[in-house]
Structure formats: structure tokens, C-alpha cells
Design a protein around this ligand. Structure first.
Ligand SMILES: [Zn+2]
Ligand SMILES: [Zn+2]
Length: 122
């Protein structure tokens, strides 16, 4: 599978018996919808899996209108309700979601500082 943002190869990162795809270049993460549902509320997942640099992630976050790596549909950009500085991409046919490096960790670690971050520019 190729990374929908930078076209590099994705590699399988195994966590709790699930295969999560991670880009070998930008370290973006691709989760199948059922993988993500199975691992929801797993506190260690983000720590273990999201190893990329948030600086790179902010760059790849600017790449929009990407195609779903599984079905080719144009993915929708989702702004997280509780943490509006985080934008991720979701396949309209529900194949899965793409997170730029650092985004998933950011999404999983909600804390006091998030309240002080400015909302994402649209
Ligand atoms: Zn990539
Ligand atoms: Zn899809």
C-alpha cells in the first residue's frame, strides 16, 4: 500500500495483534475502521505507534484532497470536535482514517494545554 500523502510505501506496524499501516517516509498512520474500533481507549496505542515527528506531520497536514489508499475515493477532512486544531482524513466509504505524524498521539492525549491551543485555520 502507498501513503496517500507522500506516495512512499506503508509498512505494517503490529500492535496488540492488529496491523496498522505506517508510512516509511512521513510516518503518517492508516487505520482500518475496525482496527481503530477494536483499539479504542487503548492508552498505549498512540505512544507505541505514532513515532513520527509532529513537525513533519504539520507539513503533511497541509496536503489535502487525498485519495483513500484502499478504494480510491476522495477522503473527507475531519476536524476533531474537542480538539479543533487536529484535522485528519476519513474515507467516505468508511475504509479507514489517516493521521499525520503526531496527530494520533495528540488526539489520544487530551490535556489542559489543549484548551489553550488556537483552533485550526480553515
Ligand atoms: Zn507518507
Ligand atoms: Zn476507502
Amino acid at each position: 500500500m502507498k501513503c496517500p500523502k507522500c506516495s512512499a510505501e506503508m509498512e505494517a506496524a503490529i500492535y496488540a495483534g492488529k496491523e496498522i499501516d505506517r508510512c516509511t517516509s512521513c510516518k503518517g498512520l492508516w487505520f482500518n475502521t475496525d482496527e481503530l474500533t477494536a483499539l479504542v481507549n487503548d492508552d498505549w496505542l498512540a505512544e507505541y505507534i505514532d513515532l513520527g515527528s509532529p513537525r513533519v506531520g504539520r507539513k503533511t497536514n497541509e496536503i489535502q484532497d487525498i485519495d483513500c489508499p484502499e478504494c480510491g475515493a476522495t477522503m473527507a477532512t475531519i476536524v476533531d470536535e474537542k480538539q479543533p486544531h487536529i484535522e485528519y482524513e476519513q474515507c467516505p466509504k468508511d475504509c479507514g482514517m489517516f493521521f499525520d505524524a503526531g496527530e494520533f498521539k495528540d488526539l489520544a492525549t487530551k490535556n489542559f494545554w489543549d484548551n489553550l491551543k488556537p483552533p485550526a485555520k480553515i
